[in-house]
Design a protein around this ligand. Structure first.
Ligand code: GAP
Length: 460
């Protein structure tokens, strides 16, 4: 058996064909860079979010969770620095009106770090390198200018007060609720608050399928520590992020740690380590771990006039905790998991099967129950078994087509186990259990199924 390289086209095509991800608003001709998660996609995405929540929030004594709003008080974004500094440099092509990230236009040709270039330097490099518009090939660009990535919306109020921002990161709701969480729960520093939710960015050059979109989801942790202890917590969160990558089945060899330097650091960060992943279109940022110091709590304290200091119950020391922020994009996780799982496997007989090797915890369908024939009491027996194995999550029943074809259908959506019900089942209460990855089949008693499945597949 051999494995071929996975291309982005194959993933996008499978995603559409099998109902993982559809292009958004397709019946109206599409709405650029928006995507709908289909029936299998939403299962996969929910499994990722549920596993993350279980792993980082429920299983840890030093973590709690919140669910904040997308629209926060507009002063939040002034205090957080997003109104003034959450910008990307943009140029327009005067010939075809396409908009581009100025830094992206020069990054392939410039040997230094493009994040450190001023607007004037970007203009100079665009001219010196003879950069062509990626859309029309022209060289007639406007001057580079800063473009704020926050989406604005109108509230039913007048004047300045009417503007609200769609949050560009989930993190800020956590900072706003820091005091409430400390006052209403028994957490003590060091502790963290986790949150999963939508974020919105008016990206100048979105693309690469669900990698860079305007509306996406984040799973974020703000971990509050004593200022003198940030280094050890930072290291331990970097390790915890590697463990998560392993848990969801990403190959460690495809993950590259990038120490973000100088001007490339976000405005709130004193240190950031990016987790880059070998996506089919190149090595790009998957996750990040940032040391946000007391930047956010300090700014919100100043802007709101409310003290956000923490008092250590043992020493009575009062201080603003510092923050370590491990951040995980949900959509990029879906894309990485799909890329890692995808295989066009050439079998010994020369045929090719497409298979998604999802970790069982992430698989959209856990188990498929397949009666060999749709008569003679086999469907009823299979339905009985289906009801039993549904304790493991979303399961499917399929009685249509040749059994080999039904196995292939399940392989393509990454179902770890198929259970086949045949005439012997009616005689001796045994079934065939087929493993997706090895394609090996085992005969076993229905009474042994639940233990076998939980011991071998659905444990984490
Ligand atoms: N709170 C910190 C923060 O938002 P970030 O690096 O800007 O940091 C965090 O974003 C993560 O969100 C990224 O590592 C990535 O996984 C995801 N992300 C950011 N922008 C995205 C976009 N336009 N589309 C999809 N995912 C995105």
């Amino acid at each position: 058996m051999s494995k071929t390289n996975t291309s982005m086209e194959k993933i996008v095509s499978l995603a559409k064909r099998k109902g993982f991800v559809y292009p958004g608003s397709e019946i109206y001709g599409g709405f650029a860079n928006s995507y709908t998660y289909g029936p299998y996609g939403v299962q996969l995405k929910n499994n990722i979010k549920n596993l993350w929540w279980h792993w980082f929030v429920e299983k840890r004594a030093d973590m709690v969770g919140i669910d904040g709003t997308i629209l926060l008080h507009p002063k939040t974004w002034k205090a957080s620095g997003h109104v003034d500094t959450f910008n990307d440099p943009m140029v327009d092509c005067k010939d075809c009106q396409a908009r581009h990230r100025a830094d992206h236009l020069v990054e392939d040709k410039y040997e230094g770090n493009v994040d450190g270039l001023s607007l004037a330097e970007l203009d100079e490099k665009i001219t010196d390198f003879g950069v062509k518009c990626p859309k029309c090939g022209g060289t007639n660009f406007t001057k580079a200018r800063q473009f704020n990535l926050m989406f604005q919306t109108q509230m039913a109020k007048t004047g300045e007060e009417s503007i609200a921002y769609m949050r560009p990161e989930t993190a800020q709701a956590i900072f706003l609720e820091f005091k409430n969480v400390v006052d209403s729960t028994r957490v003590k520093v060091p502790f963290g608050i986790g949150q999963i939710g939508k974020a919105f960015r008016n990206e100048i050059t979105p693309g690469n399928f669900i990698f860079r979109v305007l509306e996406f989801e984040q799973m974020e942790i703000e971990y509050f520590v004593h200022p003198e202890e940030w280094k050890e917590h930072f290291e331990s969160w970097v390790q915890a992020m590697y463990e998560w990558c392993e848990l969801i089945g990403l190959d460690k060899k495809k993950i590259h740690e990038l120490e973000v330097e100088g001007d490339a650091l976000a405005h709130y960060s004193d240190r950031t380590v990016d987790f880059e992943y070998e996506f089919p279109f190149g090595v790009k940022e998957l996750y990040g771990c940032a040391y946000r110091t007391d930047f956010d709590l300090g700014n919100h304290q100043r802007e709101s006039g409310k003290t956000l200091e923490y008092r250590d119950p043992q020493t009575n020391e009062k201080y603003l905790p510092h923050v370590i922020e491990p951040t995980f994009g949900v959509d990029r996780t879906v894309l990485a998991v799909l890329s890692e799982a995808y295989e066009d496997e050439t079998l010994d007989d020369g045929s090719v099967r497409t298979v998604l090797h999802f970790k069982p915890a992430l698989a959209p369908v856990k188990i498929a129950v397949l009666p060999l024939m749709k008569k003679d009491g086999l469907p009823e027996k299979a339905q009985e078994i289906l009801r039993k194995v549904q304790v493991f999550g979303n399961c499917e029943y399929d009685q249509t087509g040749a059994i080999g074809k039904r196995y292939r259908r399940q392989d393509e959506v990454g179902t770890p186990v198929c259970i086949t019900v045949d005439y012997d089942t009616l005689e001796d209460d045994t079934v065939t259990v087929r493993d997706r990855d090895t394609m090996e089949q085992k005969r076993m008693l229905i009474g042994e199924l639940l233990n076998y499945l939980s011991d071998n597949y659905f444990v984490y």
